[in-house]
Design a protein around this ligand. Structure first.
Ligand code: HEC
Length: 136
């Protein structure tokens, strides 16, 4: 090859190679950036779920704590302070669902247990139900 031509050609080729490398580098960092952002989005949505779950269990703990207070005020003199039973039965490990427990508290049991429909509102009874469900 003509050495003069070679001299002219080299800078162009190098420039091309440098530009090519630059383009590849830009492309690679764009891909990395995109990957980082989408990973961050995935992590963020995952963290969101975890937070919601934590809030849920926190709420049911609060509800059970409120229920315990209501229990001591309204029920403990028959069912015992620890709900282990006294005049009324032990309320641990009841094989009743929330609806049945809610129903018993609302309506009472004729001749055995008073109705609390007038004394307690729906959210009180839900709190009591959560407390009783937490007894194992
Ligand atoms: C006057 C006493 C008395 C009071 C007050 C009382 N209970 Fe009872 N409770 C009973 C008796 C007695 C029974 C059992 C009736 C039966 O088995 O026929 C019973 C049954 C229950 C049952 C059903 C248990 C089962 O095994 O099916 C639940 C739940 C319950 N009580 C919750 C409560 C809650 C909550 C309160 C307070 C809001 C409360 N009770 C207040 C006497 C009482």
């Amino acid at each position: 090859m003509d050495p003069e031509f070679e001299m002219k050609r080299t800078p162009w080729t190098r420039r091309f190679n440098e530009r090519g490398a630059l383009l590849i580098a830009i492309g690679a960092s764009a891909v990395t950036l995109l990957a980082t952002f989408s990973l961050a989005a995935v992590i963020r949505s995952y963290q969101g779920q975890v937070t919601i779950q934590a809030n849920d269990s926190r709420t049911s703990l609060d509800l059970a704590a409120t229920g315990k207070h209501l229990f001591l005020m309204n029920c403990a003199h028959c069912h015992g302070d620890d709900a282990r039973g006294d005049e009324g039965p032990d309320l641990h490990n009841l094989h009743k669902n929330d609806m049945r427990i809610h129903h018993v508290i609302t309506n009472g049991i004729k001749g055995e247990m008073p109705s609390f429909a007038r004394k307690l509102n729906d959210s009180d009874i839900r709190a009591l139900t959560a407390y009783i469900r937490s007894l194992t």
